[in-house]
Design a protein around this ligand. Structure first.
Ligand SMILES: [Zn+2]
Length: 259
């Protein structure tokens, strides 16, 4: 972050000034010269990552002359309790870029969010004092509009044992439960895996019950992002994400958001 603010991030354009580098193209899109502003904000593929990510940042609406100007603006427009998320996503995005450049990895937005989320968790565990009085605000469940259904999904994971579980509930406009599913899992690898499994189970339940016109809510921003992004998901749970996308495409009317 210090290098970023100082404008000395070793992007291909920056390196080309000092050494003999032939390829200065952006490793994500391959269409533009890679400088810090492009690779962290303006690249088409990165724009999608910011928009569909947990902070829903519209990078295109603001033209900036430098990356530090954009960071200042972004922090200005975000609530203070989101700043750590923003910086961790920036850091994870640069890490992902290095994986693409040095290891030949594929660009995978879900990996970035997953990695940033884990780093943030580790940071909060190491700095418990700074989290005092910052418990997550309670979100009150709301009835779906008339004529629509609501699907809520949730996953749980116990890291020490590798056990997990999922649940999905479908309710109508009066709040009555029409269908629900819950089941345990063993040999689970991550909390994110459970969240996506919960979504898949909920969508299958909808389809088996012949239900449609549904507002879907998950408490996992990464799931919502993964299902909004069009590129194929190559993360470790990519096949489950792709299943969910296929089930969603069979619904005639749905909304999907994270709460
Ligand atoms: Zn690019």
């Amino acid at each position: 972050m210090w290098r970023l603010h100082k404008g000395i991030l070793p992007t291909r354009k920056a390196l080309a000034r000092r050494c003999n580098i032939m390829d200065t193209s952006c490793p994500f899109c391959g269409l533009h010269v890679e400088d810090d502003l492009h690779v962290l904000k303006e690249c088409k593929r990165v724009e999608e990552f910011w928009l569909c990510g947990p902070l829903n940042i519209k990078v295109r609406t603001l033209k900036c002359m430098s990356i530090s100007a954009w960071i200042l603006h972004a922090c200005d427009s975000l609530p203070k309790d989101k700043w750590d998320w923003f910086y961790m996503l920036l850091w994870a995005l640069w890490h992902e870029r290095n994986g693409v450049v040095w290891k030949g990895n594929s660009f995978c937005p879900l990996n970035i969010v997953g990695w940033a989320s884990k780093l943030l968790d580790d940071y909060h565990k190491a700095h418990p004092v700074s989290r005092k009085n910052k418990s997550r605000p309670q979100v009150k469940w709301k009835l779906p509009p008339r004529g629509r259904l609501k699907l809520n999904t949730d996953g749980a994971f116990h890291g020490a044992t590798g056990h997990g579980g999922i649940e999905a509930v479908i309710r109508n406009e009066d709040g009555e439960c029409l269908a629900a599913i819950a089941r345990p899992f063993s040999r689970v690898r991550s909390a994110f895996q459970m969240e996506v499994e919960a979504m898949r189970a909920g969508l299958l339940l909808l389809i088996h019950q012949g239900m449609d016109s549904v507002d879907i809510e998950t408490d996992c921003a990464a799931v919502s992002m993964g299902l909004h992004i069009n590129t194929e998901d190559l993360s470790e749970v990519g096949c489950i994400v792709e299943d969910c996308k296929a089930y969603l495409s069979s619904l005639s009317s749905f909304t999907l958001r994270s709460i």
